[in-house]
Design a binder for this molecule. Structure first.
Ligand code: SAM
Length: 276
């Protein structure tokens, strides 16, 4: 029997859900009932179609072969990249998520190499170097304070080879914080069976509701990352160049994309240094 059964069935936000702004709380948000429903309804094939070859092509353009997926979740990207021939290692801070990802991968003919670790102390568990680190599915948003975000980015940086890249995505929170989107706006890859909408937004909390066709509701309390802030942090921890895409496009109007995807490069550019 899979050890996924140990995952709690109910989310726990206490008496004052809007006060929940702690990094470690993600453990209590991804409960079994939510994860199972999400996984059953978000069709992997449809999701693969909506993402296209973006991640595979970006990794190949940078010559990446060995990839560390630090936000494995239920395994979508780990499996997709393993099938495309990359050597993938899958990390998550939730061992239940890793068990679920492992089962999902096995069902699709792949054996995942998994490492259970929180990003804040990733290098205690990960002792190898990678060509790329991926942190996808709006996962970085679970870090609720500046120190945790800097520490995690520094841990990602440290596990990359000298010319490695970090690919990290995030919701377009700027549009939300600056009230540039309609409240009815539906979000990226949700499809018809699940509706995701913001219930509360302020400069340090974005609480989203995920509502399923049968009326079941779940919530995630996330930190609303501004795009410029994430780019700045990446540069401050040592990444030399950051290119940001909007919904996989290189050119976009700021308020339009649902998601931004940052590609941060570690390579030291000597020409740029000489010019400055
Ligand atoms: C949105 S889900 C995964 C998304 C997955 N990449 C996808 O696109 O389907 C976010 C994942 O990040 C993990 N996570 C959140 N904060 C973490 C942390 N501080 N350290 C390690 N894992 C974390 C959660 O356990 C969860 O599995």
């Amino acid at each position: 029997m899979s050890n996924v059964v140990s995952m709690k069935r109910k989310q726990d936000f206490g008496d004052d859900p809007l006060a929940v702004r702690e990094t470690s709380h993600y453990q209590k948000e991804y409960v079994e009932s939510f994860v199972d429903k999400w996984d059953a309804l978000i069709d992997w094939d449809r999701r693969a179609q909506s993402e296209g070859e973006f991640f595979i092509e970006t990794l190949r353009q940078h010559g990446a072969k060995k990839v560390l997926d630090v936000a494995t979740g239920t395994g979508f990207h780990s499996v997709m990249l393993a099938k495309a021939g990359f050597e993938v290692t899958s990390v998550d801070g939730s061992d239940e998520m890793l068990a679920k990802a492992f089962d999902n991968a096995r069902g699709r003919g792949e054996m995942l190499r998994t490492i259970h670790s929180d990003w804040r102390w990733l290098n205690r568990e990960v002792h190898d170097l990678y060509d790329a680190v991926i942190c996808l599915g709006n996962s970085f948003t679970h870090l609720h304070n500046d120190n945790d975000r800097r520490k995690s980015l520094a841990e990602f940086y440290a596990t990359l080879r000298h010319d490695g890249i970090l690919i990290l995505d995030q919701r377009n929170y700027d549009a939300l914080l600056d009230h540039q989107v309609e409240p009815t706006h539906n979000y990226y890859y949700c499809g018809e069976d699940v509706r995701a909408f913001p219930e509360h937004i302020d400069e340090s909390l974005a609480r989203f509701c995920y509502e399923f066709n049968d009326g079941a509701q779940f919530h995630l309390n996330m930190f609303p990352l501004r795009k410029a802030y994430v780019t700045r942090l990446m540069k401050e921890v040592g990444f030399q160049n950051v290119t940001t895409f909007g919904d996989f496009q290189e050119t976009f109007r700021e308020k339009e994309p649902d998601f931004f995807i940052h590609v941060a490069e570690k390579t030291y550019d000597e020409k740029k240094d000489a010019a400055s």
